[in-house]
Design a protein around this ligand. Structure first.
Ligand code: GLN
Length: 277
C-alpha cells in the first residue's frame, strides 16, 4: 500500500478535484516516473516535489499546466499558463476537418485562433501533403504555438488578430478553415470551473452572447475559401442553432452539426457554395 499516493488522492478529492484519483496518479507518475499502484513509496526528494504539485492542484490549477504537456490526436503538445488546454472534445473537430479533406490533394488549411496549435498540428501530422497555417494573437499562447510547431515541415505560424487577418488572405486560396474560437457567453464567463478560470480569458470570452467570433468567421472568411471549401467550427453545447443561423445568413451551404464524446453538439461544418454547372 502506497500511503503517499493514498494521501495525495485524499487531498485532491477533499479539494473537489474532479477525477482526483486519475490526477493523483498522473502527478505521481510525472514526479517519480513510476506507477503508484506498483510503487511502495516516493523518495524524500520526490515526496517534496509531489507535495508542491499537490498543493497547486488542490488550488485547482489545471493538471495540464502542472504536467506541462498534454496529448491531442496522437501528438504530445506543450501547454501551460497563458494558453487554452487542448481538450478531448476538440478531437471531433479535427476528425471532421480530416474527413472533409479526404480526396483533396495538397490542401491549404488555416487554423484560426490556434492556441497550442492542436488542431492545425494534428491536421498537418495526418496530412503531410497539406500546407497548414496556424494563426494566433496572444503573446503568451504564441510561445506554446511556436514551440509545438517547431519541426513540423508543413506548418507555419502567423501572429495576428483574426479580426484583421481576413483582409490579408488571397481570395479563394484555402481549402479548409478550422477554428476553436473563444465562445463562452458573459454568463458562462462569470461561472467558470476553477480550472477554466486559470485559462486565458482571451481564449474563452466570446462576447456577451458568445457569438462574436462566429459572426466574424462566417461573415468575413468565406472569400478566402475556394468554391466548395469548408469552414469547421468548434462550438459550445448550446450554440448549434445560433451558428447554423449565421451560416445560413451568410450563404454557407450543406451545414451540419457533430456531437462530442459526451453527446453534446460540438462542431459545425459549413461549405462555401461550389460552382455549379
Ligand atoms: N471548451 C471550453 C470550455 O468549455 C471553451 C473553449 C473555447 O471557448 N473555445 O471551457
Amino acid at each position: 500500500m502506497n500511503a503517499s499516493f493514498q494521501q495525495l488522492c485524499e487531498k485532491l478529492s477533499a479539494a473537489g478535484v474532479p477525477d482526483a484519483r486519475y490526477d493523483a496518479a498522473e502527478l505521481y507518475r510525472f514526479v517519480t516516473g513510476r506507477d503508484p499502484r506498483l510503487d511502495a513509496a516516493p523518495t524524500p526528494a520526490e515526496a517534496e516535489k509531489l507535495a508542491a504539485l499537490a498543493e497547486r492542484r488542490a488550488a485547482r490549477e489545471p493538471l495540464q499546466y502542472l504536467l506541462g504537456e498534454w496529448d491531442f490526436y496522437g501528438l504530445t503538445l506543450k501547454v501551460g499558463p497563458g494558453v487554452l488546454c487542448p481538450r478531448a472534445d476538440t478531437e471531433i473537430v479535427c476528425e471532421a476537418a480530416l474527413e472533409l479533406l479526404q480526396g483533396v490533394a495538397s490542401p491549404t488549411v488555416y487554423d484560426l485562433c490556434a492556441g497550442t496549435g492542436c488542431l492545425g498540428l494534428a491536421i498537418a501530422a495526418q496530412r503531410p501533403d497539406a500546407a497548414v497555417t496556424c494563426v494566433e494573437k496572444s503573446d503568451a499562447a504564441w510561445q506554446y504555438l511556436t514551440a509545438n510547431a517547431a519541426g513540423a515541415p508543413n506548418l507555419r505560424t502567423v501572429q495576428a488578430d483574426v479580426f484583421a487577418f481576413w483582409r490579408t488572405l488571397p481570395q479563394g486560396g484555402a481549402d479548409l478553415l478550422v477554428s476553436n474560437p473563444p465562445y463562452l457567453t458573459a454568463d458562462e464567463m462569470a461561472a467558470l470551473m476553477p480550472e477554466t478560470a486559470r485559462e486565458p480569458v482571451m481564449a474563452l470570452d466570446g462576447g456577451a452572447d458568445g457569438l462574436d467570433f462566429y459572426r466574424l468567421l462566417t461573415g468575413r472568411y468565406q472569400a478566402a475559401l475556394r468554391p466548395g471549401g469548408w469552414l469547421v467550427l468548434e462550438i459550445g453545447w448550446q450554440q448549434a442553432d445560433a451558428v447554423l443561423a449565421l451560416g445560413a445568413q451568410y450563404g454557407w451551404q450543406n451545414a451540419s452539426c457533430r456531437r462530442d464524446y459526451s453527446g453534446n453538439d460540438r462542431a459545425i461544418l459549413l461549405q462555401k457554395p461550389p460552382v455549379l454547372g
